[in-house]
Design a protein around this ligand. Structure first.
Ligand SMILES: [Zn+2]
Ligand SMILES: [Zn+2]
Length: 390
């Protein structure tokens, strides 16, 4: 089985490598991934997938589908391909998307043999306006049996853990300009609102849980030191371990801003400047299968991911059994969202990790197609976890 898969992998490797390197060399920001989306669709079409363009009305989203025509499980691999400003593919979504495509193509053989359908979801803008949120809300994952994704990381494979729930909040304080020396008493200082807000948030930190993360910047703070600013804006991310806790924490952060507005006589508007992500619920039965399939390749040490980041995969995991594992692209630890991370994503080490991840993703898919009992277990765990969410 492993040998056959390795042979099939080697046959498609040059296509995967070309895809990865092209996307690396052409980084595009979220929802503008036109080149990446085009080449993703081309390769999937070449290998016999039926493509839905413009999936749920998002220009750079797609759904690729390969069905045996026989009843059976619906298995989804999630592909990402957005880059970051200035540093390109510093999160390695070039190789992430390539890995999901490779898995989709190689699972086809087992779909033909056992029945069922394999999907590759082209999901734009993971870093900002994560399209998986729209897809989850639109019910795109509700009849999927399992969804899998493996993200590049530093030096070792990691099993799917959690990711934090996150809300992106923008606070706009408005006041009134005046000459800062001439008639300051006629002004209302919007920047004071923001500064007071930061101080209140810093006081709040002592009474938050270890899992809380509150981090912000002042994105507008006035035009000149001799003008009392009439506009000041702060952008924040509020994160917590679960969606419920995050909603509570966001409320407390918003209250800090309201208090600051009252204290400074400014007016306040609060809005979401990016999407809110739910926390990731790993399906452990599915995750155990994935780890077993790494073990079969001789990879014994698979620690739990301790990522404190957030991802729109969280939203997927509230709709169907999901894993979000990690595979190595380097021999050493790497800092995410860095230029060195981007460079590592096209290295020989990256291709070694990619092959291992694709193999585990495909074998996990095959296990599910082949063994009805295991899917039953996965679904029972999912239903139980879902009850605890509500
Ligand atoms: Zn990232
Ligand atoms: Zn990422």
């Amino acid at each position: 089985m492993l040998e056959n898969l390795s042979k099939k992998y080697n046959e498609i490797f040059s296509d995967l490598k070309e895809l990865n390197e092209y996307i690396y060399a052409n980084p595009e920001l979220g929802r503008k991934e036109f080149k990446a989306c085009k080449v993703h669709k081309e390769i999937l079409k070449k290998y016999g997938f039926k493509i839905t363009d413009n999936y749920i009305g998002i220009e750079t989203a797609y759904l690729a589908e390969y069905s045996s025509g026989k009843e059976g499980p619906k298995i989804a691999y999630l592909a990402e391909y957005d880059a970051l400003p200035e540093i390109g593919h510093g999160c390695g979504h070039n190789i992430l998307g390539t890995t999901s495509i490779g898995a989709g193509i190689l699972l086809k053989e087992y779909i033909d043999k056992f029945g069922g359908t394999v999907y590759v979801y082209g999901t734009p803008a993971e870093e900002t306006f994560g399209a998986k949120v729209d897809m989850a809300e639109a019910g795109c994952f509700d009849d999927i049996d399992v969804a899998m994704i493996s993200h590049p990381t530093g030096k070792s494979h990691e099993r799917s853990g959690t990711s934090q729930a996150m809300e992106a909040l923008q606070f706009t304080f408005k006041g009134k300009t005046a000459h800062a020396a001439g008639d300051p008493y006629n002004g209302i200082n919007a920047l004071d609102g923001v500064i007071q807000f930061f101080n209140s948030v810093n006081a709040l930190r002592q009474q938050t849980k270890n899992s809380a993360r509150i981090h912000g910047i002042i994105s507008k703070g006035g035009e000149a030191a001799n003008i009392i600013p009439d506009l000041a804006v702060a952008n924040f991310y509020v994160r917590e371990a679960t969606t419920k806790e995050m909603i509570k924490l966001s409320e407390r952060v918003k209250n800090c801003a309201k208090g600051a507005a009252l204290a400074t006589g400014t007016t306040l508007e609060i809005e979401n400047y990016e999407y809110t992500f739910k926390h990731l619920v790993t399906n452990e039965t599915l995750s155990n299968l994935y780890v077993k399939n790494l073990n079969l390749q001789g990879i014994e040490d698979v620690p739990m991911s301790d990522s404190t980041g957030s991802s729109d995969c969280g939203d997927v995991s509230h709709h169907c059994p999901t894993i979000h594992s990690y595979f190595p692209i380097s021999k050493c630890e790497l800092t995410g969202h860095s230029i060195e991370f981007a460079k590592a994503s096209i290295s020989e080490d990256a291709y070694k990790g990619m092959k291992e991840a694709i193999t585990a993703l495909v074998m996990t898919g095959k296990d599910i197609l082949e063994n009805k009992e295991i899917l039953k277990e996965i679904k029972e765990e999912f239903e139980k976890a879902k009850k605890e969410l509500n």
